[in-house]
Design a protein around this ligand. Structure first.
Ligand SMILES: [Fe+2]
Ligand SMILES: [Fe+2]
Length: 225
């Protein structure tokens, strides 16, 4: 691709046939496994939030654009399998971005961010990666629940179903990043939220610190940390 490297935009990624097919199939496969929504809604939201986080903190345009692209592609590897899907996403992204003519260093940046977004293993490796982690972990919402029978809800379904609102607030001046969540405690307890979200919150805190910010979790207007 030397000599004709392109500036690849998020719009190109959104309308790319392979990206669309992989997201759509991955979402279908995860549905079979009983997972919450991981489709176009989740991809778009993570792309937007990841870009916004870096924009708010006044990072360069280049990082903002790559965070959006990495955010959009971070879960495409679920089309291969749930396990190590971050690594699979990175390898699939490599091929797609190369075909679009993205400069190799930018592809490497996206691959690092996409491959490092998962819980337990995921540690921020760059500014773009930190933004994708924060965006991905903040997406908790009742619209993600696909199980039609509330009696068969598992803990993930209950916690997502109970989440009426979630918003990642970035304060560039105070250098704080706060996840604000509104939970209907009739549907799920705050304890349950913690049970499944503690690893995600730890990752979010590390990601915020990577960006030179403090991380706060605010549930039903109470700041928990
Ligand atoms: Fe993921
Ligand atoms: Fe995700």
């Amino acid at each position: 691709m030397a000599g004709n490297a392109n500036v690849v935009t998020i719009e190109e990624i959104r309308k790319n046939e392979e990206v669309q097919a992989f997201i759509s199939k991955a979402n279908e496969f995860l549905s079979q496994l009983g997972y919450t929504e991981h489709g176009f809604r989740h991809a778009s939201l993570v792309a937007d939030i990841a870009g916004n986080v870096l924009e708010r903190l006044q990072y360069p345009e280049q990082s903002i654009r790559l965070a959006g692209i990495a955010g959009y592609m971070h879960d495409i590897g679920n089309v291969i399998g749930r396990r190590d899907h971050g690594v699979a996403s990175a390898i699939l992204a490599h091929n797609i971005l190369r075909n679009l003519g993205m400069p190799t260093e930018d592809i490497a940046e996206v691959m690092g961010a996409v491959g490092s977004h998962e819980e337990e293993l995921g540690e921020p490796v760059s500014v773009v990666s930190a933004a994708v982690i924060l965006a991905d972990k903040s997406d908790v919402h009742k619209s993600r629940v696909r199980n039609p029978d509330p009696l068969k809800f598992d803990i993930h379904d209950r916690v997502n179903f109970a989440s009426q609102y979630s918003f990642l607030r970035v304060d560039g001046e105070q250098k704080t990043i706060s996840l604000e969540v509104e939970i209907d405690t009739k549907q799920s307890s705050v304890m349950e939220y913690f049970e499944i979200f503690l690893p995600r919150m730890i990752m979010s805190r590390r990601a915020a610190e990577f960006l030179g910010c403090r991380f706060h979790l605010i549930i039903n207007k109470n700041r928990l940390f």
